[in-house]
Design a protein around this ligand. Structure first.
Ligand SMILES: [Zn+2]
Length: 505
């Protein structure tokens, strides 16, 4: 197949653009000169001047959760509690089902106040309700839902909010929230698979050809494998594994050959702290929640290295990032010789002296370009004097660190072009750029969305650019984003097969 008469942006620094691209089977066969395209060919697609870029990777997505959330009540963007309650009132829940929702953030509400189970009880009656916060680190439950736990809510690393009388208010945070969700808000595989099939179609339509999934804890591996077996998987998946599931996973992995063409076991996932929105980020000023200590992380890194796995560690606050960097530095003699590609997820707030350490130690920053403009008000509020080191994407890149971009969907929308725009513009509304000194070039934003994520998944010889021998994973855009950032996806190809909107266009 030849895609002719377009602008092919290979993202390879040696051959930056071409007029045409030859594809043989699932691979790029080469760029084609203008003369050759005139030759008879089995299949020539006239691009009519459209632009082709390598497929996008979303480097941080909770895919099954995001897919499911497409069918839940969205509570983001509410101005106050009443607005959130109004949206919940409009939903009809079939008998025996949960009222599920996501996206609330009480820090955005005027007046600011934490929600309670009583707020929900008036609307929901006996239907259990579980509403996860925008940052996924807090869970707001009604009394019917709380009753399912029989008072067993406390868990190490978790917070159970209580009222003056010592009764749970209905809000659980961190481990307490996740444990509750895991035990009491279970979802059947059938429901997950149905939601994921629709999610894959939507992701492909947005140019996504690969994901680094973070939902290993809920058994995403099993779900992806079922989709692949049925021929329904048109995304390449680099899957996280909860660090405490390492032993079980290695056994499963060995039995199933440690992955296939589309699904690969990637890295151990660890949490150092909470989030900005829940004010649980672990800070150098002593505030926040510590989920994993530096010593514990070092031990996990050693155990992972022994099994050949790198580690992805969630770190938001400046203390969490400091401790994570210390742990990677201290264990480098173990993982360095193995060439493991570790990553810190979010790296949202860094002490100035820690910025250069990512590149010095060899740890990738896995960030979300959209978080900077969408968190700006909270960051200005909670991290007032420290925002020079917040979402410091440009400083990190210029220090030599590898930077990859993701959406953290469902926290932000799974849409790489929106992410690229946020990285370049540092604003998502009509306000001026927030900390414009940290804005990226279009080149840098695309590199972090196409090239660097493939390297992080050890796939740089097969993906990331449109070089001969690489998978033909690509996106056709309606215009050149280097001229106009509002470019839109026209079509998407994975492994030489159109998976969204095949030609003719
Ligand atoms: Zn996440």
């Amino acid at each position: 197949m030849i895609l002719a008469n377009g602008l092919i942006r290979t993202l390879d620094p040696q051959v930056r653009t071409q007029r045409a691209l030859a594809i043989a089977g699932e691979l790029v066969a080469g760029g084609v000169g203008v003369h050759e395209t005139a030759l008879a060919s089995p299949e020539v697609t006239d691009l009519q001047g459209l632009v082709v870029v390598p497929g996008f990777t979303d480097s941080h997505v909770h895919f099954p959760t995001w897919a499911l959330a497409q069918n839940e009540v969205a509570l983001d963007g509410c101005a106050n509690l009443d607005e959130a309650l109004q949206r919940l009132r409009e939903v009809e829940v079939p008998p025996g089902r949960w009222l599920r929702g996501y996206g609330w953030r009480s820090g955005d509400w005027q007046p600011q106040r934490d929600p309670t189970r009583q707020d929900l009880d008036a609307i929901t009656g006996d239907t259990p309700a579980g509403l996860i916060a925008k940052d996924y680190h807090s869970l707001w439950l009604n009394s019917a839902a709380l009753a399912l736990a029989n008072g067993e809510l406390e868990v190490a690393g978790g917070v159970v909010e209580r009222d003056a009388g010592g009764e749970p208010t209905g809000v659980l945070r961190e481990e307490a929230a996740w444990r509750f969700k895991e035990r009491h808000m279970t979802v059947s595989d059938t429901d997950y698979l149905e939601a994921m099939r629709a999610g894959i179609r939507l992701a492909n339509a947005r140019g996504v050809t690969a994901v680094h999934d973070k939902d290993g804890w809920l058994g995403a591996l099993r779900l992806w494998q079922q989709l692949e077996e049925r021929g329904q998987l048109t995304l390449r998946v680099w899957q996280s594994i909860p660090h405490d599931a390492l032993d079980a996973t290695v056994t499963v992995g060995l039995r199933s050959g440690l992955g296939s063409t589309y699904v690969k076991l990637g890295y151990l996932k660890v949490f150092m702290d909470g989030t900005l929105g829940s004010q649980t980020a672990w800070m150098l000023d002593g505030s926040g929640v510590q989920i994993t200590s530096g010593e514990e992380l070092a031990e996990i890194v050693r155990r992972g290295a022994a099994a050949g796995f790198p580690v992805a560690v969630h770190a938001i606050g400046d203390r969490a990032n400091r401790e994570a960097l210390d742990a990677f530095e201290e264990t480098k003699d173990v993982w360095g010789p193995l060439g493991l590609r570790h990553r810190i997820e979010h790296a949202q707030l860094l002490a100035p002296e820690d910025v250069d350490r990512f590149s010095a130690i060899g740890v990738t920053c896995s960030v979300q370009f959209t978080h900077a403009p969408s968190d700006r008000d909270l960051a200005d509020d909670y991290w007032a004097s420290k925002t020079d080191g917040a979402y410091a994407f440009r400083s990190l890149l210029h220090s030599g660190a590898v930077v990859v971009n993701g959406s953290d969907a469902p926290i932000e929308e799974l849409d790489p072009l929106a992410g690229i725009r946020a990285g370049v513009r540092r604003t998502i509304d009509d306000r001026p750029a927030w900390h414009p000194e940290q804005a990226l070039t279009v080149d840098e934003a695309f590199h972090a969305t196409c090239v660097a994520p493939a390297w992080l998944a050890r796939d740089e010889r097969r993906r990331g650019t449109l070089l001969p021998g690489h998978y033909a994973d690509l996106v056709v855009l309606d215009r050149d984003p280097w001229d106009d950032l509002d470019a839109q996806v026209v079509a998407t190809m994975v492994g030489g097969r159109w998976v969204h909107n095949p030609p003719p266009w």
